[in-house]
Write a protein of this length. Structure first.
Length: 109
């Protein structure tokens, strides 16, 4: 049986995703803010996608009712407005960190 074993390099060694501090010495305010900002953007994008699907479902099941169609359209439009605001906020933060020479400490990668 010894000759039938397969060895896989680095098996069982899982490295954390980038931008997540792995020890208390690597935890600084900028890494914490950067992680929380990236997490908030990811949650916002997922929520936006869910609201677009919800608005589309409501539009399809509206059965021609003008009020339901308008409500579904508003849901989709405001979802895109929220997505635009999230991207604009991220862009503004990145511009300020670059302009203030913070060495890109808050830049989401």
């Amino acid at each position: 049986m010894k000759y039938l074993a397969i060895q896989v390099e680095n098996f069982g060694q899982i490295s954390p995703p980038p931008n997540i501090p792995t020890s208390s010495s690597g935890l600084t305010l900028s890494t914490l803010i950067s992680f929380l900002l990236g997490f908030a953007i990811a949650v916002g994008i997922i929520f936006t996608l869910a609201m677009i699907v919800y608005g589309g479902f409501n539009w399809i099941t509206s059965e021609g009712d003008k009020k339901k169609i308008e409500a579904a359209r508003n849901t989709i439009v405001w979802s895109f407005v929220g997505l635009f605001l999230m991207v604009a906020a991220l862009l503004i933060i990145n511009i300020f960190t670059t302009a203030l020479s913070l060495n890109g400490a808050l830049i989401i990668k």
